[in-house]
Design a protein around this ligand. Structure first.
Ligand SMILES: Cc1cc2nc3c(=O)[nH]c(=O)nc-3n(C[C@H](O)[C@H](O)[C@H](O)COP(=O)(O)OP(=O)(O)OC[C@H]3O[C@@H](n4cnc5c(N)ncnc54)[C@H](O)[C@@H]3O)c2cc1C
Length: 416
């Protein structure tokens, strides 16, 4: 096979890795390039939930008001760094316009197609390829601080159950401490989505690397892609900081950094980096058994087999690379409210990642408007891990001209 028959995937996160996997399985000769290390972006230290329960996007009716109220709270888990950024204000305006039930449910339908297919694909992949990523099915517990918040969630639960058949089991305050003794008593209650799963993201990434290399995928690190060398409507090579890499087809899976390639792609992909943090440490003695989300504080706990992680919060602060001590402390202090043993020494890693946030909660999976052989798969918001296998499969189907297993229309660039 000559270099010109090569498919080049740009971005070694979970999305690029899954695109490379399904392309390679469909017979493509694949090269994957990353400006840094494979798996070191947002896909490294996230909470590890594979969670169809998160089918609803953030654009819920009333989300704007509740977010603004949350921002007024001291130590809010959601912050926007005030600055002059027309792209951010445009993004917020578009987000605000979608905070209604019709748009929320239409986005949810599209998200559900990726979420449910991904769950099935994960189960097949993990079993058939014997992937050691600490995969477990213990569900996800949505824990509420007050009884009122617990009762109010019933409306959301019903909506999700009626539209997507996903049911959660309610646990009142007493039943909750019986279910999960690691939690303090006196909390408002919880809803348990038993079908969700979790894994250790960095192990998943190193296992994917092993699988890709076994299939002959070449992974080239430390190559920053600036654009494409192209003829009229076709790219033939990367314009990059490193060696010249030619190809026949290109997939851009660059997560939150995708807008830096906007002019090369001939469109304005509206992704904002939604910064989140995590702390990974040894498992405490009274470690929770079930992964859980503290809804009031927007903080998640992942009890992995080899470690324990506190993660989340959302900061719109541009491409800020600082590891903000206050935000990390906020994770610890939030966990203290709910857990008998909220943290444990030694700390293995303190981390941040930029979630690729779009204003409608859906990724972009489509062809560049100016190049017929360049595809985009980016903008998976807070669910990139949960949506990755179906994204990879869809991309491989679209490139191969096969009938797609899910409808690609909701992910098209036509909505820009
Ligand atoms: C705190 C936190 C918790 C989260 N928890 C969950 C969760 O529990 N479940 C879930 O489903 N999702 C979760 N997410 C979201 C999830 O992590 C992301 O949606 C997902 O990792 C995005 O994957 P990606 O492959 O698109 O991006 P990335 O993993 O960031 O990969 C993109 C890659 O592209 C490379 N790249 C970028 N630009 C270029 C360029 N010009 N040239 C070459 N390479 C380039 C980068 O170096 C990077 O390696 C969480 C996120 C955070 C921050």
């Amino acid at each position: 096979m000559s270099d010109n028959d090569r498919t080049v995937v740009i971005g070694g996160g979970i999305i690029g890795a899954m695109c490379a996997w399904f392309l390679s399985k469909s017979g493509h000769s694949v090269t994957l390039v990353d400006e840094g290390r494979f798996g070191a972006g947002c896909s490294h230290g996230n909470c590890g939930y594979v969670s169809p329960s998160h089918v609803l996007p953030l654009t819920a009716p009333g989300a704007l008001g509740s977010t603004l109220r949350m921002m007024l709270r001291r130590n809010s888990p959601f912050t926007i760094k005030p600055r002059f950024s027309p792209s951010l204000w445009k993004w917020l305006w578009k987000f605000a316009r979608r905070c209604n039930e019709r748009d929320m449910l239409s986005a949810a339908q599209a998200r559900y197609s990726l979420l449910s297919s991904s769950m099935e694909l994960y189960l097949n992949l993990i079993e058939s390829e014997n992937i050691g990523c600490e995969w477990e099915k213990r569900g996800l517990l949505f824990v509420f601080l007050s009884e009122q918040e617990f009762e109010e969630f019933e409306h959301t639960e019903k909506l999700v159950r009626n539209h997507f058949g996903l049911e959660a089991k309610p646990y009142d305050s007493q039943a909750l401490t019986d279910l999960e003794p690691a939690l303090k008593s006196g909390l408002g209650g919880a809803w348990h989505y038993e079908g969700d799963c979790h894994l250790r993201p960095d192990k998943m990434m190193s296992e994917l690397r092993r699988l890709l290399e076994t299939r002959g995928v070449s992974i080239i690190e430390n190559i920053k892609v600036k654009g494409f060398l192209r003829g009229s409507r076709r790219a033939f090579a990367l314009d990059s900081s490193g060696e010249s890499i030619t190809g026949n087809t290109f997939v851009v899976a660059t997560g939150a950094l995708t807008p830096f390639l906007n002019s090369a792609l001939g469109c304005k992909i509206p992704i904002q980096p939604g910064k989140g943090y995590s702390i990974t440490m040894a498992r405490p003695e009274r470690c929770p058994r079930i992964p859980m989300l503290f809804e009031h504080h927007r903080v998640g706990i992942t009890p992995m087999q080899s470690a324990y992680r506190i993660g989340s919060t959302m900061e719109f602060a541009g491409y800020d690379k600082s590891l903000n001590r206050k935000r990390l402390d906020l994770l610890r202090r939030s966990a203290e409210v709910y857990l008998h043993e909220p943290y444990c020494e030694p700390v293995e890693e303190e981390w941040f990642g930029w979630r690729p946030m779009t204003w409608d909660g859906k990724p972009f999976i489509d062809r560049s408007p100016i190049m017929d052989n360049v595809w985009i798969a980016a903008g998976h918001n807070m669910l990139g891990l949960s949506m990755a296998p179906a994204t990879g499969k869809l991309v491989a189907e679209l490139i191969g001209g096969e009938a797609p297993h899910i409808d690609p229309k909701p992910f098209s660039l036509a909505r820009l």
